[in-house]
Design a protein around this ligand. Structure first.
Ligand code: ADP
Length: 340
């Protein structure tokens, strides 16, 4: 039995079906992400689990206890939103203490718990500031502390970092994972960003069009995509059709062949290549893109109409291949993935 079990959830708004037959089985202390493009139903699913949105069908249980009909306050769930949803005229401590006061906790225990939560999110010294004076990142720390201070059994985070700039975002991703591991807190994190999902998750549930189309470890979803959609969403896969797979690699497939750009080995003229990868395929560099630490080459392969992308680490500008350079490609056959 899982810690949090979601079975057969369905939700529509009028004629519009948001999702159907959603099943999740989440272990205690696990951090899973619901990942998918905008509008695929992630937030609605999270809100249904929290009890903030009514379900049409299905059940939700925690440790075998059915919580489907419980009001949100009785579910033992903490939630953090992208928009922070703080009380603007309260201080940091006032915001964090709000839920505890509603529970009628004695003042002394309330104070101690707020101090612990403030320390957990590293906001010491800011307790008496009005929240309007805080940066976006600090506000999200307050929202996180406010969700944690009531000691929820489950934490739900709905795109909590989407409004923040890249540097603060990276920093808070690490903080959230540190806190979640420290508290061994069962957590669902909603994001549309596959890098964020890969960085944070024990497991990823990838949603598309109201269904979970694949789930598993970040490694497995990234390297073994079950469909062309997953391959496209998780990374910049090269996708070859039936005739191209046959012409280029002599492979008979039924769907499409997904090849990660970083799994193709680029052999410069005068180099030997990797003996274990075998055959070399002549190709010509068309152009390249700088992706920061990676250079992405776009190449024409001799005898094939497909242009392929190949990624290399950006080791040195002296190593850069100009447009028109003749090279060879080698494919690691274990990394080729057939998808539908
Ligand atoms: P995501 O979080 O993946 O971006 P949402 O769960 O927010 O997706 O939305 C999924 C779909 O449900 C969208 O098409 C959205 O327009 C629709 N939707 C969400 N909330 C409502 C609502 N309150 N009324 C009508 N349609 C809604």
């Amino acid at each position: 039995m899982g810690f949090l079990e979601v079975s057969g959830l369905a939700k529509s708004y009028g004629q519009t079906r948001v999702f159907s037959n959603i099943n999740l089985n989440i272990k205690e202390g696990e951090l899973v992400t619901l990942l998918g493009p905008s509008g695929c139903g992630k937030s609605t699913l999270l809100r249904c689990i929290a009890g903030l949105t009514d379900l049409d069908q299905g059940s939700i249980s925690v440790l075998g206890q059915d919580i489907t009909s419980l009001v949100p306050q009785k579910r033992g769930i903490g939630m953090v939103f992208q928009s922070y949803a703080l009380f603007p005229n309260l201080t940091v401590a006032g915001n964090i203490a709000f839920g505890l006061k509603m529970q009628g906790l004695p003042a002394q225990e309330c104070e101690q718990r707020v101090a612990d939560a403030v320390a957990l999110v590293e906001l010491q010294g800011q307790e008496n500031k009005p929240v309007q004076q805080l940066s976006g990142g600090q506000r999200q720390r307050v929202a996180l502390a406010r969700a944690l201070v009531v000691r929820p059994r489950i934490l739900l985070l709905d795109e909590p970092l989407s409004a923040l700039d890249a540097r603060i975002r990276k920093n808070l991703q690490e903080e959230i994972r540190r806190i979640q591991l420290q508290l061994k807190l069962t957590t669902i994190f909603v994001t549309h960003d596959q890098e964020e999902a890969m960085l944070l998750s024990d497991r990823i549930f990838l949603m598309h069009g109201g269904h979970i189309v694949q789930h598993g470890s970040a490694e497995s979803v990234y390297t073994r995509p079950a469909s062309a959609f997953v391959a496209g969403f998780m990374g910049s896969y090269n996708l070859l059709g039936v005739s191209q797979s046959r012409a280029l690699l002599g492979l008979e497939i039924k769907g499409q062949l997904a090849i990660r750009p970083e799994s193709i080995y680029l052999v410069r003229s005068g180099q030997l290549g990797l003996p274990e990868l075998g055959q070399q395929y002549p190709a010509t560099v068309r152009h390249h893109q700088l992706l920061g630490n990676v250079i992405r080459y776009h190449l024409d392969v001799e005898g094939s109409s497909e242009r392929l992308m190949v990624d290399e680490l950006n080791r040195s500008s002296a190593y850069l291949l100009p447009a028109g350079a003749a090279v060879s490609l080698q494919f690691n056959r274990q990394e080729l993935q057939e998808v539908q």
